[in-house]
Design a protein around this ligand. Structure first.
Ligand code: FE
Length: 181
């Protein structure tokens, strides 16, 4: 009887110790890179700053790997509200990449204060962007897309400053910024 009781006590003690040890392990375990990605962005395996291969994915896949606000702009040609984007009033030195795929798009040296409410550039990386006629919303415009993944970035207009005279009017959400080192 005494032996049975002490076995029960020891078993209970072992289970308690294991549960305590497991809970401590969980608390102290560092977040993996994947987990950290998931805190800010969904995990996007197609994002690369070096891979130049074309990314061709159905929107069902993009919907899974992009944040909803980026999916709306990049894959549904949405437009963020003017004066709300994080790169609108922003003049740090560095480079801008496609937020969907990591393709290089603009240099900060081509950014200018346009006062239109969206980040504006007078020049794009010619290997970064491509163009498409856009007659939506009763307007005749030229849409700017990422050359690697076809993400909608914004539009380009002929009212920019020298030396090019053009204004790439971009959505901040479609851009990723990397400061100069
Ligand atoms: Fe892209």
């Amino acid at each position: 009887m005494l032996k049975k009781h002490s076995m029960k006590v020891s078993l209970g003690c072992v289970i308690s110790c294991l549960m305590f040890a497991f809970s401590c392990t969980k608390v102290n375990q560092p977040l993996s890179k994947k987990n950290m990605d998931n805190q800010e962005n969904l995990h996007n395996p197609h994002y690369s700053r070096t891979d130049k291969n074309i990314v061709h994915l159905p929107n069902t896949v993009w919907k899974r790997i992009l944040k909803p606000e980026l999916y709306h702009i990049a894959r549904e040609a949405g437009t963020e509200m003017p004066f709300t984007g994080k790169y609108n009033e922003f003049d740090e030195k560095g480079d801008y990449y496609c937020a969907s795929c990591g393709n290089h798009l603009f240099k900060s040296t081509a950014k200018f204060a346009s006062s239109c409410g969206w980040p504006s550039f007078f020049e794009a990386d010619k290997n970064g962007v491509k163009y498409r006629k856009d007659i939506s919303h009763g307007m005749d415009r030229i849409e700017v897309l990422c050359k690697r993944c076809d993400a909608h970035l914004g539009h380009v207009f002929n009212d920019g400053p020298p030396p090019t005279g053009v204004r790439f009017c971009m959505n901040s959400i479609s851009l990723d910024f990397e400061p100069e080192k």
